[in-house]
Design a protein around this ligand. Structure first.
Ligand code: IPT
Length: 980
């Protein structure tokens, strides 16, 4: 047995710093028989203005002829309405090992009306694509035309509901609008293609989960049209479609592309239940043309969406009302290892996790199925805070980047290990063996695995998985085998560094091939080592960071072997710079690293006080962190370590929202004398809606009159109510719609769509008829005015390509029992869309039409009020207050608004922060109480205006009661934030 803990450190320290002791033995380390693809990891992509090729074979993409495993995560720029923060999330992804970001670009977000397209401000796609390139991430672009994505209409614009023809088919009218959209979006995308180095757009998706017209011309011609249109617009990167599970739909050759230039990939998505066995899609799946491994044998395994969380519906029935924390718990880090490693084992080399940052479906963006938060239980939460789900992403992502063997794996001879599912693969060029070990059972499994020349003890916790490799090159050395998972290998100046990881407390053994006895020093932590028969064996229990320096054995470059437990591994930050690789250890996040001569400039985040250590190119002397110079000293590990620790985040003081609050009731529209002559008369008799126009009724559907988002008012004038019984108001909404009515100003009542249960939760369109008694005193000659407010919520998605986004919204029919007065209707929804905040910011409430939500609105004439409130009123009441924040400029604080009240109270609140509609709170439905306020919209240094539009049905007292700010997290660092 060799030396352990520190006995060797003085000597080894000298070695690392002075590089004198290399070659204490004679012969060189053995390279086995591998023809290893060594050399530094490829530089991350940037807008370099160079020509690049994006090819592929059945194993992987080949970018400039070099294999690339696409390790991607989905985020939606539209769900983070503060462009500065895009950079924050992109940098977090890059730092945690993602090399690609996948984005939907929803049509509705950019188009308030036919012929009108907006790519400015929070819609600045050009800026997003620039930031992605600056961050060093490839982009997978998915501009629909249909997205789904739990967005209103699945991303179709509200105005498209009023057009002829069937969407998602080859219908000429539909295609003419699609072309209009694609022309606009492609004009921007064409500037950012990686093929000519304009940017880093690597792949482009032309339709999403399109499984409705697969074998018929309407579908084939549609796909063909999209393909050719995108090519005609100059997009020359590979195109693909996202098949809803591995059905084998839209494989190469299934429709006419007019030629192969640029390429067509088969992609499919997967959202398996976390409680099931992870599915085998590729190498280990079943054969057969449709759906099996041979679905598309010539293209690499592409999963454009793999469920990395799941959405939570109104009422929160799927997650027991526990919200997104429960979503995150069900698809936790162990889930990620089980499912994503299974995907890799199956040959999926283009892998994107949906969502990696879910964000917020603010305003009227959400589809009917979801509430405002789209946190999704993702690896980066809605408040932009990294979660423990980043650990596997980080470990696997950096591995795929630094160790090229994983881009080309074939199935190898079956190997078994008791109690585990084992996937055995090999790289045909390097002959490295790769094993994915998965434990589908409820108990930890401790067993052995037969690897070439040894039986390796392995343990896998219950419902977890790990990846092991044997015969793999880490830098110049070959790891014969290890039961720790490799994470990276790089050369930092005078030494190589390799990182292996696993769960804390695990006993690891790592065997390096070395033809002669090397010098070994345990610099930190506990490790034992021994040398025999050309193999150096290092055994260590994972606990923080164990450092073992291996010198000599015929290789002049020493190897620093770092054995890191999970928590430690996410504080190790490798980074390429033009001067060579840098490895930073300590802080909570590394954003950027730049080497200039002998200085390395680092930026990033700390949460608590943290030590900083950095390895880098030869001769580094100065280190700066977030612009401040650090005093450092050299270490026995060959690094520079800050003499003092970096400070953590400063404390953040949040004001109590004690007011003064100002209050004003609205809905003058319910009063008989209200002047509605400027409103739109409901005079249409036909509609392109898929909802039939009821006999004897005018078209009352809000969309047909240009009102697509939020609330809509109706006023029906008629002359005589003599002899009438109850009035029936038929209406259609998305989930959680409601209707309230007044006759001559007298409240008739409120009708609400039911809270969805487990079964109905996916239902995107709800229809009901409210029946209200007409008070005796009003059953007489008029004139009368029936005023109706419909919270129609959003349009259904169109997942099955049946034009379900065109199902009517708003009133559909009004009838009087025992009487048939002739009613003439006028209606009013949202006014012209907010030029900055966009079409989904506002509906048609009186206050919204008159700017009560805007910070500039003068509310001085409103009455003063205090919270909590207990009003009993049918209708709308506004509350406004202002508050100041003075967050330290070097602190990235993530702040949210919390609303809370007795859950029996029937009311809902639209939250406007500085005029931005940050979402809808439904007090008696939930489950959401915490609303993230993105910095940039939230002024963290300055004054903010909060306006709450409260809609209450009058059956119970209504709040707001408890309204407060809360700190979700804070870090010293962050990105510069520009006010939106
Ligand atoms: C898949 C969609 O492609 C995506 O847009 C999103 O809606 C996601 O699901 C769910 O969040 S649809 C698939 C689950 C059938």
């Amino acid at each position: 047995m060799g030396l352990s803990r520190r006995t060797f450190s003085a000597l080894a320290g000298t070695t690392a710093l002075g590089l004198a002791l290399g070659g204490s033995g004679a012969a060189s380390c053995a390279y086995a028989t591998h023809t290893a693809p060594t050399g530094p990891a490829p530089a991350p992509p940037r807008a370099d203005g160079e020509q690049h090729t994006i090819g592929y074979d059945r194993h992987s993409l080949l970018v400039d002829g070099r294999r690339l495993v696409v390790w991607s995560g989905e985020l939606h720029p539209c769900r983070l309405p503060s462009p500065s923060l895009w950079r924050d999330v992109l940098q977090k992804m890059r730092a945690h090992g993602y090399n690609t970001v996948s984005i939907y670009v929803p049509w509705n977000y950019h188009s308030p009306a036919p012929g009108h397209y907006d790519f400015t401000g929070v819609r600045d796609l050009d800026l997003f694509l620039r930031m992605a390139a600056e961050t060093g991430l490839y982009v997978v672009l998915r501009p629909g035309p249909y997205c789904n994505a739990e967005l209103d209409g699945g991303g179709f614009p509200g105005w498209l509901t009023t057009t002829a023809g069937t969407a998602r088919t080859s219908d000429a009218t539909y295609l003419s609008y699609v072309d209009e959209w694609l022309t606009e979006v492609n004009r921007i995308v064409a500037r950012h293609l990686y093929t000519d180095g304009g940017g880093t757009v690597l792949l482009y998706q032309i339709e999403n989960e399109y499984d409705s017209f697969v074998d018929v011309p309407a579908g084939r011609d549609y796909m063909s049209h999209l393909y050719k249109k995108v090519r005609a617009d100059g997009i020359d990167v590979p195109l693909f479609h996202n098949d809803k599970s591995r059905n084998g739909y839209w494989i190469p050759g299934s429709f006419d592309t007019g030629g192969e230039k640029g390429g067509w990939l088969y992609g499919f998505d997967g959202y398996p239940s976390p409680s099931l066995t992870p599915p085998d899609w590729g190498h280990f799946g079943i054969g057969g043309l449709k759906g099996g491994t041979t679905a598309s044998p010539q293209t690499p395994g592409l999963v454009p969406e793999f469920g990395g969380g799941w959405f939570d519906p109104w009422g929160g029935v799927w997650f027991g009302r526990k919200g997104y924390e429960e979503s995150r718990r069900q698809r936790d880090a162990a889930y990620e290892r089980r499912f994503y490693l299974t995907n890799l084992a199956n040959g999926i080399t283009l892998h994107s996790v949906y969502m990696t940052f879910g964000g917020t479906s603010w305003g009227w963006l959400p589809a009917p199925v979801v509430y405002t938060s789209y946190d999704y239980g993702a690896a980066i939460d809605e408040g932009r805070l990294p979660t423990s789900k980043l650990i596997p992403m980080h470990q696997i992502g950096h591995l795929l980047h630094h160790v090229p063997d994983f881009a080309k794996l074939d199935r190898a001879a079956d190997v078994t290990a008791e109690g585990l599912k084992v996937y055995h693969l090999t790289n045909p060029d390097t002959h490295a063996d790769v094993y994915v070990l998965r434990n589908d059972g409820k108990e930890q499994v401790d067993t052995t695995l037969a690897v070439p020349g040894a039986r390796l003890p392995v343990s896998v916790p219950a419902q977890d998985a790990r990846l092991l490799a044997a015969g793999i090159r880490l830098g110049r050395r070959t790891v014969r085998h290890s039961n720790a998972q490799p994470m990276l290998a790089l050369t930092a100046g005078q030494q190589e560094i390799a990182v292996l990881t696993g769960r804390a407390g695990e006993a690891t053994v790592t065997v390096l091939e070395c033809a002669s006895r090397p010098a070994v020093g345990v610099l930190d932590g506990e490790a034992e080592h021994s040398y025999a028969d050309g193999l150096l064996r290092i055994a260590a229990e994972l606990d923080g960071l164990t450092r073992v320096l291996v010198t000599g054995g015929g290789i002049s470059t020493p190897l620093l072997l770092l054995l890191a437990d999970d928590e430690t591994s996410v504080r190790l930050w490798p980074r390429e710079t033009p001067s060579g690789p840098v490895l930073v250890y300590g802080p909570a996040l590394l954003r950027t690293a730049a080497v200039e001569g002998t200085a390395v400039r680092l930026t990033g985040d700390t949460v608590r006080a943290t030590e900083l250590e950095v390895w880098g190119p030869r001769g580094l002397r100065e280190v700066s962190w977030n612009g401040g110079e650090l005093r450092t000293r050299g270490t026995s590990s060959g690094s520079l370590r800050g003499a003092q620790s970096l400070p953590g985040a400063k404390s953040v003081a949040l004001p109590a929202l004690r007011g003064p609050w100002r209050r004003r009731t609205e809905n003058p529209e319910s009063a008989p004398g209200f002047d509605d002559t400027s409103w739109t008369a409901a005079e249409k008799t036909t509609s392109h809606s898929t909802s039939p126009v009821p006999a004897g009724q005018p078209v009352l559907f809000a969309d047909d009159y240009g009102f697509h988002y939020g609330d809509v008012w109706y006023r029906g004038h008629f002359t005589d109510a003599t002899g009438t019984g109850p009035v029936s108001l038929a209406y259609r909404t998305g989930t959680q719609g409601l209707l309230m009515a007044w006759l001559d100003g007298v409240p008739l009542g409120t009708h609400r769509m039911p809270v969805p249960d487990n079964k109905s939760v996916r239902q995107g369109s709800w229809a009901a008829a409210a029946s209200f008694d007409v008070p005796e005193k009003l059953r007489k000659a008029g004139p009368h005015v029936l005023s109706v407010l419909v919270r129609r919520m959003q349009h259904d998605q169109d997942g099955k390509a049946q034009d379900t986004h065109k199902v009517a919204r708003g009133l559909t029919a009004v009838t009087f029992d025992g009487a048939s007065p002739k009613v003439s209707w006028r209606l009013q929804g949202e006014v012209a869309p907010d030029p900055v905040r966009g079409p989904q910011n506002n509906g048609g409430l009186y206050g919204e039409r008159h700017g009560w939500h805007l910070p500039s609105y003068a509310d001085g004439g409103w009455e003063q009020a205090e919270l909590p409130r207990a009003e009993r009123r049918q209708g709308v009441t506004w509350y406004r207050t202002a508050f100041r924040l003075a967050v330290d400029p070097g602190t990235d604080a993530s702040i949210a608004l919390v609303l809370d009240d007795d859950p029996a109270r029937a009311y809902r609140v639209q939250i406007f922060l500085n005029g931005w509609n940050m979402g809808q709170y439904i007090n008696d439905v939930g489950p959401q109480h915490t609303f993230v306020l993105p910095n940039g919209i939230l002024r963290t240094r300055g004054s903010n205006t909060l306006a709450l539009a409260v809609l209450s049905d009058g059956t119970t007292p209504s709040g707001p009661s408890d309204v407060r700010l809360t700190l979700l997290g804070a870090a010293a660092g962050g990105v510069p934030v520009t006010t939106v």
